[in-house]
Design a protein around this ligand. Structure first.
Ligand code: HEM
Ligand SMILES: *[C@@H]1O[C@H](CO)[C@@H](O)[C@H](O)[C@H]1NC(C)=O
Ligand SMILES: *[C@@H]1O[C@H](CO)[C@@H](O)[C@H](O)[C@H]1NC(C)=O
Length: 519
């Protein structure tokens, strides 16, 4: 193996020399933004531990400022250090900053169909349009009734089987997403669609953990045989691709079959297929298939993380829970369950939702954007094709915007008992920027509100007590990956009121209601 490593090292040197020679002449007299030079990756490029990558960007911003330039083996990168700079570039100049980088990993995993990763352009626009039609604010309002009933089913499961709360949350989001995307009721199906999505998302998380795989930085590794050092991702890819593809094809085939049989309930797939016109061409089917799969995947796994953050926060901050329950008792009272329309009269619940979104990031490093044109900013030159890194997790812990950022404190969003418009809404960071901003934002926020309000009104959450009589507190830590989740923790869940529990149970006996509410 030693000789293989030596060969690899010399290949790397050759690549570096080429990268150096191929460097384009600078098209501007302006300086590049400050940053580490020479690039930090060279010395140990073949075994760069991902642990060091996990703080690398933040450290560069601390050292060089809010706009850092990095040349990663010929790939220009801009490391953005503040929300303000992110807004200036990605929002205000969005026509120039809405491309995505190509990554060897995308092909290795077989994920080129996902709108999240598509290059900026007409195809991307068609995918976005398809999703937007079902997730704009108006469309989302139509799901309120079905979301409410689904929330009651969730609460019933939490009461009957509190230990597996994480599974019930996963089920809630997966089942909501799949109903909208493909018109499939997971509980009625012999196929375990949620397991299929879970397996695929595990792969995404592992494959796109920033910096984990060297092919991200050295694309030619993807062309090396699988046994080549550092080409591990390629070997993994052979196992991964079929699992990812199953998430696309299994629900699609089922939805198509239901349409053929005339038994399909309303869904994104059904609606979009029926809207197809002659001049759309057969590739429109591919667009619908991909857009529906992305919806299923993103809808299942993103808001799910914030929901776990909510359970974690309530377990760790009993006084916050108490205040929320007092508000619910005063506004909703002991005889009914919360509705979407109650939202404006529940500012503390709104503040908890915002704080969950801020406190722990679902997509801590955002999905990187890429610039389409040479640009200049604050006297610096930003070359065309730069990858733009925005650390959402850092922005939402900015101590100037959010004093004591590590503390979970809904109060930070309130003034005189109302939402304080002067405090920055963390949703403007958490859901990304510009034309790439998350199209599921309204749906995520609506789902979070109804679940948080209903759970707090009907249940009490507390730490599990260990054998020594001491409460076992969640660590508060998050997993590492493109998508991030609270590390597994325990939580004791109890019904707060037999009257409200009875309301939940009677609502759940009308299971048809969920389906009826869908149309
Ligand atoms: C708390 C929940 C969620 C969070 C924090 C979140 C966050 C994000 C972020 C940060 C991005 C990248 C934005 C950028 O590039 O600047 C994104 C993109 C995306 N999200 Fe979400 N998301 C959530 C829920 C959802 C849901 C429920 C859906 C389902 C429809 C969804 C669908 C998408 C899609 C399709 C993209 C790709 C957009 C593109 O590249 O043009 N997300 N999301
Ligand atoms: C992003 O910011 C967070 C919060 O400051 C930090 O803990 C993390 O290490 C940063 N990530 C990178 C890759 O620099
Ligand atoms: C891209 O940025 C450059 C430099 O700021 C500007 O001149 C150009 O108009 C922008 N292009 C678009 C499409 O916005």
């Amino acid at each position: 193996m030693a000789s293989v490593s030596t060969a690899a090292a010399s290949l790397l040197t050759v690549a570096l020399v080429f990268a150096f020679l191929a460097r384009k002449r600078r098209r501007s007299t302006l300086p590049l933004p400050p940053g580490p030079r020479p690039l930090p990756f060279i010395g140990n490029a073949l075994d760069m531990p991902s642990k060091e990558m996990r703080t690398a960007f933040r450290e560069m911003n601390e050292k060089y400022g809010d706009i850092v330039y990095l040349d990663a083996l010929g790939q220009p990168m801009i490391i953005v250090g503040s929300h303000e700079v992110a807004v200036d570039l990605l929002d205000k100049r969005s026509s120039n900053y809405s491309d995505r980088g190509s990554s060897a990993m995308i092909d290795i995993v077989g994920a080129g169909w996902a709108v999240t990763l598509l290059r900026y352009g007409e195809e991307w626009r068609r995918h976005r349009r398809a999703i937007h039609q079902y997730f704009n604010a108006g469309a989302v309002a139509q799901y309120a009734k079905s979301q409410k009933l689904e929330t009651h089913r969730l609460v019933r499961r939490l009461i009957d089987d509190p230990e597996h709360f994480r599974n019930h949350l996963r089920h809630f989001f997966g089942s909501s997403a799949l109903r909208i995307s493909h018109g499939i009721e997971v509980d009625d199906e012999p196929v375990d669609y949620l397991k299929i999505a879970d397996d695929a998302m595990d792969i995404f998380a592992a494959a796109f953990e920033p910096g984990k795989y060297l092919v991200e930085i050295i694309p030619w590794l993807a062309r090396m045989p699988s046994w080549f050092p550092g080409a591990g991702a390629k070997r993994d890819g052979e196992v991964w691709r079929p699992i990812i593809y199953k998430m696309v094809s299994a629900p699609w085939d089922a939805a198509m079959e239901k349409m053929r049989l005339g038994t399909a309930s309303p869904s994104m797939v059904k609606g979009l297929v029926e809207q197809m016109r002659e001049d759309d061409g057969p590739d429109q089917l591919e667009v619908i298939k991909s857009a529906a799969a992305v919806t299923f995947a993103a809808g299942s796994d993103t808001t799910f993380s914030t929901m776990q953050t909510f359970f974690m926060a309530m377990t760790m901050y009993p006084e916050v829970q108490k205040k929320a329950q007092d508000e619910l008792m005063a506004v909703i009272g002991p005889h009914r369950l919360p509705e979407k329309d109650d939202e404006p009269s529940l500012p503390y619940i709104q503040a908890i939702t915002k704080e969950c979104i801020r406190w722990r990031s679902v997509v801590p490093l955002n999905v990187p954007h890429r610039s389409l044109e040479d640009d200049e900013y604050k006297g610096y030159f930003i070359p065309k094709g730069s990858i733009i890194i925005t650390n959402i997790s850092a922005f939402s812990h900015d101590p100037i915007m959010y004093p004591n950022p590590d503390v979970f404190s809904p109060e930070r969003f309130l003034k005189n008992g109302k939402i304080d418009p002067a405090v920055h809404d963390p949703a403007t960071m958490a859901f990304g920027y510009g034309r790439r901003v998350c199209p599921g934002k309204h749906f995520a926020e609506t789902s979070l509100f109804i679940v948080i309000a209903t759970v707090l009104h009907t249940l009490s959450l507390s730490p599990v007590v260990g054998p020594d009589g001491q409460p076992i507190m969640p660590s508060g830590k998050m997993t590492h990956g493109l998508l991030s989740y609270p590390e597994p923790f325990q939580c004791d869940i109890k019904s707060r009121s037999s009257e409200l529990e009875a309301l939940i149970r009677s609502s759940c006996t009308n299971m048809q209601g969920v389906r009826a509410a869908q149309s």
